[in-house]
Design a protein around this ligand. Structure first.
Ligand SMILES: C[S@@+](CC[C@H](N)C(=O)[O-])C[C@H]1O[C@@H](n2cnc3c(N)ncnc32)[C@H](O)[C@@H]1O
Length: 235
């Protein structure tokens, strides 16, 4: 492995992510959607970038789940769920492990810089299926990404589409979540902070809020999302 492959990824904007979850109804919707993929989901499930673990708790109560996240979060309450604090790309936590199903729910934007490496790590864990959840670049969110790409430095949104080497998409479900804040500034800060992985600097605030005010009637947004099942092509 080269140095760039092994070095830790930049820290995530955990505060913005947690605050964003408070103004979005997506966790229950994601959990219900993932639960609907039951016939494609095999234990042990490894939820990569699990965050708090709430989605896993709602989607797979009593199934064998390993939550992997590089940030610190409380221990899971479900007895069948365990947590490891680790960087997905580091091999220390995964030696001797394999996954039935790997899950990437809104974590791929942090892992997609080096797709060959991501594919190699997936191959090492050899899951029968990979489940992914990502935002769809349409509606206001699509306009926001296009605008931010020209306006804000170093944004890091999810890609529009993900595929994984050796896996084929066998199921796709679209759904919409709702984000509703008290005011435009909060909405702008949390959407840009969590979805674009960019802390709005004081000198960017005015132009950011102005964009939101120009494009929205109020501080709420409908966000299109896509959940996919990627099945190992060799099975
Ligand atoms: C936006 S949150 C997603 C949380 C949850 N999966 C969801 O859908 O709501 C992304 C999570 O990925 C984690 N993460 C980012 N890079 C990671 C890495 N290299 N290894 C493990 N976790 C990582 C972050 O710490 C963060 O908790």
């Amino acid at each position: 492995m080269t140095h760039s492959e092994t070095m830790a990824p930049p820290g995530v904007n955990k505060e913005a992510i947690l605050a964003f979850k408070q103004i979005s109804n997506e966790e229950r919707l994601i959990a219900d959607t993932l639960n609907g993929f039951n016939k494609f989901t095999f234990d042990p499930i490894i939820d990569v970038g699990s965050g708090t673990g709430l989605i896993a708790a709602l989607a797979w109560p009593s199934r064998n789940v390993l939550l992997v996240d590089m940030e610190e979060y409380p221990a899971p309450t479900d007895q069948m769920h365990t947590r490891v604090r680790a960087n997905f790309f580091h091999e220390d936590w995964s030696e001797g492990r394999s996954a039935g199903t790997l899950v990437f729910s809104h974590s791929l934007q942090y892992l997609d810089e080096n797709m060959p490496l991501l594919n190699r790590r997936i191959a090492e864990l050899a899951p029968r299926t990979v489940l992914s959840v990502t935002d769809v670049r349409e509606g206001f969110y699509g306009e926001l990404v296009a605008w931010a790409e020209c306006t804000l430095p170093n944004i890091n949104p999810e890609h529009a589409h993900y595929t994984f080497a050796g896996y084929e998409v066998v199921e796709t479900v679209r759904f919409h979540s709702t984000i509703a804040a008290h005011d435009m500034m909060t909405l702008a800060q949390l959407m840009v902070g969590a979805l674009l992985d960019h802390i709005v600097a004081p000198n960017e605030m005015e132009t950011c809020v102005d964009f939101f005010q120009t494009h929205l009637k109020g501080p709420d947004v409908r966000l299109a999302q896509i959940a996919q099942v990627h099945r190992c092509a060799e099975l």
